[in-house]
Ligand binder design. Structure first.
Ligand code: BTN
Length: 325
């Protein structure tokens, strides 16, 4: 039992400053145990899959690699974020399902959940979202709303896309394209998507909380993809999975920065500038309706404007099914 708690203490200690070298002596002092005990714990943690490097004159360090590191992410999340609870799972059905369940039970604090792998990852219209282990980021944020808060679905999804785009730019230096309304593209391939859901309170018939799910393919081996997904989806960077912790923290920070005032739509110029659709011939479905024409604008509510036979048509919700057809 004691050994187990020392093991967790050591894991937290190393996780707080990954990449930093600590001598056996530093660690022994920090945990108030012997150097031999430290050595044994390091061996156990390594056997459990934690990537700890050891060097003769330097000591030990935890590599900030493809393991989701809760301590590190929690430390990087800006202190001025609203109160939240952070969960990290090796495998989960879907981070959106978990977040919805959790916020329905405890509606007092934000829930942030990240998983290494999802067995039931899904996108809009219940489509499967391919979520293999160690190659993507699967993250959901559930936000309780106060009674009088209104929600604009179009603005929330587009703001989230911009938050993810900013994060990818910060960490990988590349700019994503936004395919209205919730898809994220790079070099004409889908690299991620956003699923925004609302939980309604039956009694007041108002929205009691929001769940925003973000799925990113950070690195994908094209040869391992299911056949129907080849040529459609791609990863963002080679070895992109090694930056999952940085991406997770950046997405959370950028999301909350934008969420504060997303309803003013000030971020929309950034969305428009990197639109995957504007100027292209597209086909879109909204309810029973199909519209085909040129995508010409995103309006101030995040709706898509299509020019169909000289008539401007506004699509508030729906999806684009064909591009350059
Ligand atoms: C789409 O492509 O339509 C949106 C995909 C959203 C996937 C993310 S992954 C994290 C969260 N959990 C889910 O089951 N879905 C979202």
């Amino acid at each position: 039992m004691k050994e187990n708690s020392n093991k967790n203490k050591l894991k937290d200690f190393l996780s707080a400053n990954p990449q930093k070298w600590y001598s056996g002596n530093d660690l022994a002092q920090a945990l108030a145990i012997s150097r031999t005990a430290i050595w044994k714990l390091i061996k156990q943690l390594s056997q459990e899959g934690l990537e700890i490097q050891s060097r003769h004159h330097l000591g030990y360090r935890l590599l900030l690699s493809d393991h989701l590191n809760k301590t590190w992410i929690a430390k990087k999340i800006k202190k001025d974020l609203p109160p939240s609870r952070l969960f990290i799972f090796p495998t989960i059905d879907s981070t959106n399902i978990f977040a919805k369940r959790e916020i329905s039970e405890h509606n007092d604090r934000i829930v942030i959940v990240i998983a290494d792998r999802q067995t039931e990852g899904h996108g809009r219209f219940q489509r499967k979202f391919y979520s293999p282990a160690k190659s993507g980021l699967y993250l959901s944020i559930a936000i309780p709303l106060k009674g009088d808060q209104t929600v604009s679905a179009g603005l929330l999804t587009t703001a989230t896309a911009v938050a993810v785009g900013r994060s990818i730019k910060e960490v990988f230096g590349v700019q994503l394209d936004y395919k209205w309304v919730n898809d994220l593209y790079l070099s004409e391939r889908k690299v991620g998507g956003i699923l925004t859901e609302a939980i309604t309170d039956f009694e007041s018939n108002s929205i009691s909380s929001l769940v925003v799910g973000i799925g990113l393919n950070l690195s994908l081996d094209q040869n391992e993809l299911p056949i129907d997904l080849r040529d459609k989806i791609a990863g963002i960077a080679e070895n992109g999975q090694e930056k999952r912790n940085q991406i997770a923290a950046a997405v959370i920070n950028n999301f909350f920065k934008l969420f504060k005032n997303y309803q003013d739509g000030r971020f929309l110029d950034e969305y428009r500038k990197n639109s995957f659709l504007i100027g292209r011939k597209i086909q879109a479905h909204s309810g029973q309706r199909t519209v085909a024409g040129t995508a010409i604008a995103i309006d101030d509510q995040g709706s898509l404007i299509i020019l169909e036979e000289n008539k401007k048509i506004k699509i508030q919700s729906g999806e684009v099914t064909k591009v350059d057809f």
